[in-house]
Design a protein around this ligand. Structure first.
Ligand code: ATP
Length: 260
């Protein structure tokens, strides 16, 4: 099991086609009725290749909009790729806001659906059901639809299902940013427990402390490209440098705006 490949992505790409509606007044719309609104193509992930071994904890770093969440969704099978190929060895679970759970279902129903997707039998889900609810601290909301949960509550439920139902490969997209302080502590304790041993984790986080502490390797993304994949500290340095460059270029504009 050790040292075998958990995820292999070969030359994967993903673009989004978004319409740009510049006709935002009634008058403008009327005068441009036969002129279609423009289309824009956003290349979110450009020709990326990477290999992740079983048992690794991989950090994904990069500024807002660089393609981290899109990459995670491609690897987790939420989005199809436009081109390239992905091989996954093991059950997967993506935990972020809004994905992985149906908002029209209750927590109880979601636990059974997610457990079944992860390959558990109903009896096996029965035995971990209370554990999931207790870990997520959602005892009073078991039969409430997820759409009535706060984002933090939904994140807690997703993380608890992932932890207790035990997917082999877990994609954790900004989980430390959504829960409250108590839940974040709990999530950190999971990372420090033996539970994590043998699991493959792909962690998206803007917290360099978390990445530094728990990731065996890290990837640095910029403008949809995988710029670096390897030593965690090296990836952090590249990310911090990229942020510095960005603030240097925005600082004069800010000063100008403040002066007005
Ligand atoms: N569903 C979508 N439809 C259209 N464009 C999208 C969609 N999802 C992402 N994008 C675009 O793709 C690019 C990459 O977005 P993505 O969410 O992957 O970035 P990110 O690195 O995760 O950002 P953040 O750190 O803000 O979460 C952005 O330009 C974004 O606007």
């Amino acid at each position: 099991m050790k040292n075998s490949i958990a995820i292999k992505a070969q030359n994967i790409s993903k673009s989004f086609h978004i319409s740009q509606d510049s006709h935002n007044t009634v008058k403008h719309r009327l005068f441009n009725i036969f002129k279609p609104s423009g289309k824009k193509i956003v290349p979110a992930v450009k020709n990326m290749s990477l290999e992740i071994m079983q048992g690794e904890c991989i950090g994904l770093l990069g500024r807002n909009g660089c393609g981290k969440s899109t990459l995670v969704k491609l690897l987790a099978g939420v989005y199809p790729t436009d081109s390239g190929h992905i091989t996954i060895n093991g059950s997967t679970m993506l935990m972020n806001l809004g994905v992985g759970m149906s908002h029209e279902l209750t927590a109880r129903e979601n636990i059974y659906v997610s457990g079944s997707v992860l390959g558990l039998k109903i009896k096996e889900i029965d035995t971990i059901f209370d554990q999931i609810v207790e870990f997520a601290e959602l005892e009073g909301f078991v039969d409430t639809k997820i759409k009535f949960y706060s984002s933090g509550m939904a994140a807690r439920l997703g993380f608890s299902i992932a932890v207790n139902a035990g997917a082999d490969i877990m994609f954790l997209d900004e989980i430390f940013a959504v829960g409250d302080a108590k839940f974040q502590e709990k999530a950190i304790r999971v990372f420090e427990s033996s539970w994590i041993n043998g699991k493959t984790v792909i962690l998206v986080s803007h917290s360099m402390d978390v990445i530094q502490q728990y990731c065996t390797r890290a990837a640095f993304l910029k403008d949809g490209e995988l710029k670096f994949f390897g030593d965690t500290q090296e990836a952090i340095n590249l990310y911090l440098k990229d942020n510095e460059i960005a603030s240097e270029t925005t600082a004069p504009a800010l000063q100008e705006a403040q002066a007005v």
